[in-house]
Design a protein around this ligand. Structure first.
Ligand SMILES: [Zn+2]
Length: 274
C-alpha cells in the first residue's frame, strides 16, 4: 500500500499516521508523523516545520496535549515549536546535541528518563533509551498494543546511518539488542511502512551491521594502513555514490567501534588493523 502525504491514516487502535511531504534520498517516502489517542491528543515526531504538514496534524488532532520526539534530526522535530505555540501542548524529548545536524529550535518541557511511562489519553507510552543513530534517540513503546515507534533506530528497507561524532556504533548495537527485551509486536519506523516480526527485523539489522564491520576489518587487514577514503570504495561498493558522504561517516563509526574492541588502531588520518 502506498502512503500519501497529508492524510491521517489508521494504523492500530488509537494510532494514525500523517506522512510529511519531505520525501528525499535520506527520508525515503517522507517522515512518518504519528497521532496517538482516540481522539488523538498527542503527536510523535511532528516532522519538518512545513505549513501544510502542521495544518494536516492540527486538522486530524485539534486538541493536542503532548508532542513526543524520538530525536532531533531536522526531519523529525522542527514542527514541535509551531505546534506548541498554537496548542500549548507540552514537548517531550531530549535536548539536541551540537553536531551541526540537529534542530536547534527544539526545546523540551520534559526530558524522559529511561523507561519512563507517559499517559496519552487511555494509552501508555514508554521511553526506551536507544542512543546510536543519534545520542539523544529515544524509541517509544505503546504499551498494550506493544507497537514500537522506532524513529530512525530501525527503518523499513534501509539501514540507519550512524553519523559520527554524535552517532555511536557500539551504543547502537547494544541498544538494538536490548530492544528485544521489551517484546514489541510490531515496529512503526520513522520512515517507511509498519513491520511485523520485530525479533527477525532486529536480528537481521544486527547481522547486516556485523557483516559490514567484517568487511571493514577485512579491507583494513588487506592493507598496511588506509585512510577513510581509501576504505570507502572497497567497503561500500554496493552503496550508490550519492550516499557515500553518509557512508563515510558510518564507516568511521565502524572503525571507532573496531578500535574500542581492540581490532583497529588510528594513526592520524590513517587506520590499520590491530
Ligand atoms: Zn535521524
Amino acid at each position: 500500500m502506498s502512503i500519501v502525504p497529508g492524510r491521517a491514516e489508521s494504523i492500530a487502535p488509537g494510532v494514525h499516521r500523517v506522512l510529511a511531504p519531505n520525501a528525499s534520498m535520506m527520508t525515503g517516502p517522507g517522515t512518518n508523523t504519528w497521532l496517538l489517542g482516540d481522539p488523538p491528543v498527542a503527536v510523535l515526531d511532528p516532522g519538518p516545520a512545513v505549513p501544510a504538514h502542521i495544518e494536516a496534524i492540527l486538522t486530524a488532532a485539534p486538541h493536542l496535549e503532548a508532542i513526543f520526539v524520538t530525536h532531533t534530526h531536522r526531519d523529525h522535530s522542527p514542527a514541535a515549536q509551531a505546534l506548541k505555540a498554537i496548542t500549548g501542548a507540552r514537548v517531550i524529548g531530549r535536548a539536541p546535541p551540537r553536531d551541526g545536524l540537529q534542530d536547534q529550535t527544539f526545546v523540551a518541557d520534559v526530558e524522559p528518563v529511561r523507561d519512563e511511562l507517559f499517559a496519552v489519553g487511555a494509552l501508555q507510552l514508554r521511553a526506551i533509551e536507544t542512543p546510536g543513530h543519534a545520542s539523544n534517540h529515544v524509541c517509544w513503546l505503546l504499551e498494550g498494543e506493544r507497537l514500537l515507534f522506532s524513529g530512525d533506530h530501525i527503518l523499513e528497507g534501509v539501514t540507519p546511518v550512524i553519523l559520527v561524532p554524535d552517532g555511536d556504533m557500539s551504543a547502537y548495537l547494544a541498544a538494538l539488542a536490548r530492544l528485544k527485551d521489551y517484546a514489541p509486536r510490531a515496529i512503526a519506523p520513522g520512515h517507511g511502512r509498519v513491520m511485523g516480526e520485530p525479533p527477525k527485523v532486529i536480528d537481521a539489522l544486527i547481522a547486516h551491521r556485523l557483516a559490514r564491520e567484517h568487511k571493514v576489518h577485512a579491507a583494513l587487514a588487506a592493507r598496511e594502513r588506509a585512510t577513510l577514503d581509501e576504505l570507502l570504495v572497497p567497503v561500500y561498493a554496493d552503496v550508490p555514490a550519492d550516499r557515500h558522504r553518509f557512508a563515510r561517516m558510518t564507516l568511521e563509526a565502524h572503525l571507532i567501534k573496531l578500535a574500542r574492541d581492540g581490532r583497529a588502531a588510528r594513526e592520524g588520518e590513517h587506520w590499520r588493523a590491530a
